[in-house]
Ligand binder design. Structure first.
Ligand code: ZN
Length: 198
């Protein structure tokens, strides 16, 4: 990529490998950025740096948040005895959009995947088990219906059952291999209300 000059080559290199960004898209993005007004580029860089610096995982549910505790964990209006387990903060956002769930969440930040070498200790399971020592009535497992999501659901069910806490799994109807964040709100609501006990 020497023909581009070192600055643009460096930018292309930095963009390559972001999720969904291959070599071609990286070049397209790089040229787009170079043609943007300088202030806009500055604002973009600033937004990235400050998000990276100021966003952390909630002390309770492990979702991404600006504070020590996220707004959902802080809220007195939520039912803290009902915990819905999701794979990531995007899935949490999808359920929040339905406006029908009144419990709290636990965000695993991933799913078990033997193929990718992601084991139970690589996701936020230990934190979940710690929370279950408190006053909890139900754990709703809302991981994706992919192989990884199902493996994770079974693993969690096996861990939680001996505690005597009710464990449920959201109803299928969520397409197989479907990512929860891409499913419409009606389907999500149906999956939640039709959940079955494991
Ligand atoms: Zn939280």
């Amino acid at each position: 990529m020497e023909y581009y000059g070192s600055h643009i080559s460096r930018l292309i290199e930095a963009l390559t490998g972001l999720p969904g960004v291959g070599a071609k898209s990286a070049q397209r993005l790089a040229f787009h950025i170079i043609n943007m007004p300088k202030e806009q580029v500055q604002a973009l860089a600033e937004a990235m740096t400050s998000a990276r610096e100021n966003v952390h995982y909630c002390r309770e549910c492990c979702t991404l948040t600006d504070d020590d505790l996220c707004p959902i964990c802080r809220s007195q209006k939520r039912n803290h005895r009902q915990i819905m387990v999701v794979e990531n903060s995007r899935d949490l956002a999808a359920y929040e959009k339905t406006g029908r769930y009144e419990g709290v969440y636990h965000v695993l930040q991933g799913a078990i995947s033997p193929m990718l070498g992601i084991g139970p200790s690589d996701i936020r399971l230990k934190e979940l088990m710690q929370r279950l020592q408190g006053d909890v009535e139900e754990v709703i497992i809302a991981t994706n219906s992919s192989l990884e999501g199902e493996t994770t659901a079974m693993y969690i069910a096996r861990l939680v059952k001996p505690t005597g806490i009710k464990v449920t799994r959201i109803a299928s109807g969520v397409p197989v291999g479907g990512d929860i964040e891409n499913i419409d709100e009606v389907t999500l609501e149906r999956a939640l209300s039709g959940r079955v006990e494991l």
